[in-house]
Design a protein around this ligand. Structure first.
Ligand code: 173
Length: 323
């Protein structure tokens, strides 16, 4: 779609959202939201359920209006949009906003849950980092218990990617680079075409969502084991957050707690997704022995090395509260 046209459409939606909020009950606020993942797909659905929960429970207090997804705003620009207040609230993974918060790359390295991190003070550190460096409130996240994998169109003999061109995001970059791959960074929306044209031999993606996007048609193998943990984060522009009443903020916090409780369902969904992949003909390449060790150690070590190079003290603090 024409970029100018979609930007104009989004701008019109933003303006009409603003007018609608102005003409509603005096103290009801409408937040304009966006999602970096295509609406109705795996990593947008939890956020959409949250919006529904808020709109159901927040009548007369606060409503959320989703003004578009990746068709209206490129995923790698969503962090900037919520930081500057182009939107008020966003559903986005930290890998898509490392341009403004490089340390966000640490979130995928967590081995514990958001509930653990709220209890041990890690959440406060993550929130502070987002507020100070990005001008957003880190409301919370989905994605716990979901790991990432490498998917391929060609077989793989061991933990060596040197003959392969792989689609990446910052999530997989340090690991796949260490294992020798040639990398191409793209948003999710470009993966199908890249596979179809043969410009990539595979891609990084979580265990969930492959069939949802139709990529199974172009995928022959999944490499196991998985690594890291998905973070899909809900961010609120900080000025907007601070302008809300206690009641409005409490509503958002109650809604996100409700959503985060549902992260536990991922354990079952992961199994169902693996079964669906097998039915769709995706074969598992199970790395064993030394290859498995190299795979997992490279993931962890390259991941932490990269964030330690950005800010060693913060990396150390996060490492101790993320496990
Ligand atoms: O592969 C990706 O686009 C990516 O980084 C990601 C992160 C979280 C959920 C889904 C995909």
């Amino acid at each position: 779609m024409n970029r100018k046209f979609v930007c104009a459409t989004l701008a019109a939606a933003l303006v009409s959202g603003g007018l609608a909020a102005g003409s509603a009950a005096a103290d009801e606020v409408t937040l304009r939201g966006t999602t970096a993942f295509a609406q109705g797909t795996t990593f947008s659905r939890p956020y959409e359920a949250f919006v529904e929960w808020i709109n159901e429970n927040g009548k007369g207090v606060l409503q959320i209006q989703t003004v578009g997804g990746p068709e209206a705003m490129p995923p790698f620009e969503v962090g900037n949009a919520v930081s500057t207040g182009v939107v008020d609230i966003a559903n986005v993974t930290a890998a898509f906003y490392t341009n403004i918060l490089p340390m966000g790359d640490a979130l995928k390295l967590a081995e514990n849950t958001i509930q653990d991190q709220r209890a041990n003070g890690c959440y406060d550190k993550i929130d502070a980092m987002h507020q100070e460096q990005m001008n957003v409130k880190y409301l919370g996240r989905t994605g716990d218990h979901i790991s990432f994998h490498l998917y391929l169109t060609k077989p793989l003999a061991g933990a060596d990617l040197s003959s392969l061109t792989i689609r990446t995001t910052p999530v997989y970059q340090a690991m796949f680079e260490k294992l020798g791959a040639t990398l191409i960074r793209t948003p999710p929306g470009d993966v199908y075409t890249a596979l179809e044209r043969g410009t990539i031999d595979g891609y990084g993606w979580p265990i969930q969502g492959v069939l949802d996007l139709g990529w199974d048609e172009q995928t022959k193998y999944r490499v196991d084991p998985g690594f890291y943990q998905v973070d899909v984060d809900v961010l609120v522009n900080l000025d907007r957050w601070q302008s809300l009443s206690d009641e409005q903020r409490a509503l958002l916090e109650k809604g996100i707690a409700w959503l985060e409780e549902r992260n536990a369902e991922n354990l079952n969904i992961n199994q169902a997704e693996a079964a669906k992949q097998a039915e769709a003909g995706i074969e598992v390449i199970e790395l064993g022995g030394g290859d498995r060790e190299k795979w997992l150690n490279t993931a962890r070590d390259a991941g932490w090395e990269k964030v330690a190079a950005i800010d060693a003290d913060t990396a150390a603090a996060l490492q101790s509260c993320m496990r």
